[in-house]
Every structure is written in structure tokens, then in C-alpha cells.
Design a protein around this ligand. Structure first.
Ligand code: C5P
Length: 234
């Protein structure tokens, strides 16, 4: 049996990828599988948390058991759901792959091929939801006791600056924990290498073992538990 160390704790998790509409049938999206965020939701619930999962597009459909799931498409919808729910959460984890850009115009009807060939797609920048949650906390909309956790996927290895990039991102975003995943070339997946680190705003750095996303979720939640004030009768 898992430790019940998140009993009574409200955990809000985003997962999956956003889809930014071009017209009623097309979108710009990404390859996020949603697996890490879903694993976090499942394990947090197994450890006693009340979990709300705000899910974008994922590769394996099917809501995890014992978790409230809210489905969204766009970064704008994700932002609205997270800001509406974060004030009631003790822990907010932004595991979603949020599109950095969205089309300026969403056509009301399917875009035609046209005679001129493809028209360029003009993009605008999506707001950084993680950073905006931190701002809302500093402004008092979200309680000061709510822990905020971000993710970063960085290419390279420790020597190649992944940790330095992670440390800079942690400061830039202002969250309490940043889960840094080393991704891309040069990574020996399938070995016992570290797959990442949990960086804390207080300077603590914890290596994550190579393993399943469930194991990763357990280790990440171990760090989250240490942030949650012991005021829930645990
Ligand atoms: O800056 P970068 O995209 O690497 O940051 C990743 C982290 O920021 C993730 O936690 C992701 O969910 C979050 N993010 C966000 N809003 C964006 C882009 C990323 O909340 N527009």
C-alpha cells in the first residue's frame, strides 16, 4: 500500500497538449502524450489526495479512476480552468504542454484551398499560464500556501547545461518546484541514467531515477509532500 501522505490535500494538475484552432476542423497541436501528468494524478489520488485533472489532448484516451477530469482544447481554456480552480488547491502542477503560439484569426468556416496556394498563418503568443498562476498567488487571488510546480523539458545533459537552464527557468517562472526532464539526442534511454531532477526554489536539487512515469510521479510527489504545510490532519 502507498503512504497516505496526501490525505485531504487538494491537488490540481494540468496534462496533455493544447490545440489551437485554425478553423472548425483544423488546429496547431503537439505530441504531448499526457502520460506524466496522468501518472501524477493517479498516484496522488492513490496517496489520498483529492485530485482535479485538467486535460488537453492525450495519446491514450481514458480518465484515471478516482480523479475529477476536466477536458479542454486551447491554452486559453486551460488558463481559465486553472485560474478558476487554483484558489481552492493546495498544490498546482503544470504538466501540460501549452502551445507557445496560437493563430491570430480563427476562421468561422473551413479554410478553402484557394487559387493562390497556401496562405500564411499569422501567430500570436499565448500567455505563460504557470507564470500567471505565480503572479496571481503574489497578488493574493491564490493563497500564499498553495504550492506551484512547473515542468521543463530541456535537451542535453547535466554537463551540457540542462541544470543551469532549469535553474534559470525556475527563477524566471517563480514556481516552488521545477521538474526538469533531460530529453533529446545523446540521452541513453533504457539505461539507469537519471532522467531528470526536481529543483526547488530553496536551492534543493533531487535527482530522479530512470524508471516508469509512475515511478517518476512517486518521486516528484515525495518532493511535493515536503512543501505542503502539515495542516490537513495528516
Ligand atoms: O517555458 P517552457 O514552455 O519551457 O515552460 C514549461 C512550463 O511552463 C510547463 O510547466 C508548462 O506547463 C508551463 N507553460 C505554461 N504556459 C505556457 C507555456 C508553458 O504554463 N504558455
Amino acid at each position: 500500500a502507498l503512504p497516505q501522505d496526501l490525505t485531504g490535500v487538494d491537488v490540481l494538475i494540468s496534462a496533455g497538449g493544447t490545440r489551437e484552432a485554425l478553423d472548425p476542423v483544423r488546429y496547431l497541436g503537439n505530441h504531448s502524450s499526457g502520460k506524466q501528468g496522468y501518472a501524477l494524478a493517479r498516484v496522488a489520488a492513490q496517496r489520498g489526495a483529492r485530485v482535479t485533472l485538467v486535460s488537453g489532448a492525450v495519446s491514450d484516451p481514458g480518465d484515471p479512476a478516482a480523479v475529477d477530469v476536466v477536458h479542454i482544447d486551447s491554452a486559453d481554456e486551460l488558463s481559465r480552468e486553472m485560474h478558476a480552480r487554483a484558489p481552492q488547491a493546495d498544490v498546482v502542477i503544470m504538466a501540460a504542454a501549452v502551445a507557445d503560439f496560437r493563430p491570430v484569426d480563427v476562421a468561422g468556416a473551413k479554410i478553402k484551398k484557394g487559387e493562390q496556394g497556401p496562405a500564411p498563418i499569422e501567430l500570436t503568443t499565448n500567455p505563460d499560464i504557470l507564470a500567471s498562476l505565480v503572479t496571481a498567488r503574489s497578488e493574493g487571488t491564490i493563497p500564499a500556501t498553495t504550492a506551484i510546480v512547473g515542468f521543463a523539458a530541456e535537451t542535453g545533459d547535466a554537463e551540457g547545461g540542462v541544470l543551469d537552464h532549469g535553474r534559470a527557468k525556475l527563477r524566471r517562472k517563480g514556481c516552488d518546484l521545477l521538474v526538469v526532464n533531460a530529453v533529446g539526442d545523446g540521452r541513453a534511454f533504457g539505461t539507469t541514467d537519471n532522467t531528470g531532477w526536481v529543483l526547488a526554489a530553496d536551492g534543493a536539487e533531487t535527482g530522479l531515477p530512470y524508471g516508469s512515469k509512475t515511478l517518476m510521479a512517486s518521486r516528484i510527489l515525495d518532493e511535493v509532500v515536503s512543501l505542503v504545510p502539515d495542516r490537513k490532519g495528516r
